[in-house]
Design a protein around this ligand. Structure first.
Ligand SMILES: Nc1ncnc2c1ncn2[C@@H]1O[C@H](COP(=O)(O)OP(=O)(O)O)[C@@H](O)[C@H]1O
Ligand SMILES: [Mg+2]
Length: 457
């Protein structure tokens, strides 16, 4: 298989002809051939082949060809020779998302900025567009996508089905719907790589890591849908536990429970904009409170050994590790944000009064000169956790956001793996470059999955 970068020119001639410069003819092993089949995404089209004298790698597509293939724009792009001699132009990358309205300016709601960043960066070496589930026309296998023009505005273009899909569907509930399941199955049936498959549940990840004893050392002891007896036992053994919803996010519905001999049971949680603390004399009254507040929703809760996190100024800190797979299909820690909890807060979420630091700042304060070594160790743990999640999953995983805690004994713990990690850590002035690297990694991995990257070995 050969891979080349070339300049595509779109001409107005109606014939079905492609003109190929001498160097490109050679690169694509087309010398002596009279015709070639060109491919863009799911579309294949035969054209007459004519060499032209011009230095460099140039491909001129007459309108009879580029209209049929639906080539979205002229400019630099990759070419790949397939086994049967067909030439694939691309990659054609699709970013799947959705928005609250059908607004032309903000079609992807709060994700629009990030999506534009991907399109801006990606269009230097790929045909890249964003789309919503409604934009796919399965009857003729086309997508009416959102491209970015030179002025940075969205323009709608119809293209064939993409070579790879980066999934950023925003709604956990919508993602479990029949129609989205069908959508994913349709991509898979056409062998179009689709990552990430869906949001994770906390318990799915804990259960999956139980299959890997080494990685599982970094998961606090967890019990899915625990009985009151199991909660009591966990609390007695660890004296601190977290009780949290399986599908939760942003700290909603999370309780931090502690047991202090003689004093009784304490429950800390977030109530509206405030932190609340309740004390119970008996375990039974604690359980009755949960029952009356949450009822059957408690079946979707996990009880988990509480970790005593390192602290700064009396406030616990934990970390967001933003992980990506790169162009060689290897896991990389691309950005780390240290999150310091707001005073009295159960979680470290910025929305709950938390603040963001660089990992160096945080670990320096907590471990002094050992900070570097602790960070290096935590990175290696994060990579092995990512590898383990990927190995024990049936679907493609290309990006992960871990919530990681470190305790005073330098032990590293994973609380949550997010399949669609938020990007707020990259707003920190010291983490902007990591934010750009994150976008770059997504694109590199798209090139890898669509086979527009040389694979080693
Ligand atoms: N077992 C635990 N021990 C200590 N802190 C925890 C534990 N579980 C969660 N936390 C704290 O609560 C935060 C939110 O928990 P997480 O599991 O990430 O839920 P969410 O989906 O709401 O983000 C974590 O970032 C961490 O600060
Ligand atoms: Mg979290």
């Amino acid at each position: 298989m050969s891979l080349t970068f070339c300049n595509v020119h779109l001409t107005g001639q109606p014939q079905r002809v492609v003109y190929v410069s001498g160097a490109l003819m050679k690169n694509l092993k087309l010398s002596g051939k009279k015709s070639v089949r060109l491919r863009l995404g799911g579309e294949l089209f035969p054209a007459t082949l004519k060499p032209i004298k011009k230095s460099g790698n140039h491909l001129y597509l007459s309108s009879g060809v580029h209209k049929k293939l639906k080539i979205p724009q002229a400019g630099g792009i990759h070419l790949r020779t397939l086994q049967d001699g067909d030439v694939q132009i691309g990659p054609l990358i699709g970013i799947l998302s959705d928005g609250p309205t059908s607004s032309a300016v903000n079609p992807f709601g709060s994700r629009t900025g990030f999506i534009k960043q991907l399109l801006r960066q990606g269009s230097k070496q790929a045909y890249i567009f964003a789309f919503t589930p409604k934009n796919i026309h399965w009857e003729d296998e086309k997508v009416h996508g959102y491209f970015l023009n030179e002025a940075g505005r969205f323009v709608r273009k119809t293209v064939p089905l993409p070579d790879v899909v980066y999934n950023r569907l925003p709604s956990r509930r919508a993602e479990t719907s029949l129609s989205i399941n069908q959508l994913r199955e349709r991509f898979i049936r056409r062998k179009i790589p689709f990552f990430n498959w869906s949001f994770f549940n906390k318990s799915d990840i804990y259960r999956l890591l139980e299959k890997d004893p080494v990685a599982n050392r970094h998961v606090p002891e967890s019990i899915m849908n625990p009985s009151p007896e199991q909660i009591k036992d966990l609390l007695q053994r660890h004296s601190l536990i977290y009780y949290k919803p399986n599908n939760g996010s942003l700290g909603h519905g999370i309780y931090r429970l502690s047991y202090v001999a003689k004093n009784g049971y304490y429950a800390r949680y977030r109530k509206g904009n405030k932190n609340a603390l309740l004390r119970f004399n008996s375990f039974g009254s604690l359980m009755r409170t949960f029952q009356s507040r949450h009822g059957s929703a408690l079946r979707g809760y996990v009880a988990q050994q509480g970790i005593r996190l390192i602290e700064i100024d009396g406030c616990p800190i934990d970390f967001r590790f933003h992980m990506h797979k790169n162009g060689k299909n290897q896991w990389v820690v691309v950005g780390i944000g240290a999150k310091k909890a707001g005073k009295g807060s159960v979680t470290t979420h910025l929305k709950n009064g938390g603040s963001l630091l660089t990992p160096e700042q945080a670990l320096d304060r907590a471990f002094g000169s050992r900070g570097d070594e602790v960070l290096r160790y935590a990175k290696s743990v994060a990579i092995s956790l990512a590898e383990s999640i990927e190995t024990h999953q049936n679907h493609l995983v290309g990006e992960l956001g871990f919530d990681i805690g470190i305790d005073k004994d330098e032990k590293v713990w994973m609380f949550e793996a997010n399949a669609k990690p938020g990007r707020s850590i990259f707003k920190h002035p010291s983490l902007r470059n990591e934010g750009k690297a994150s976008v770059e990694h997504i694109l590199e991995h798209c090139l890898y999955l669509s086979k527009f990257r040389r694979r080693e070995g």
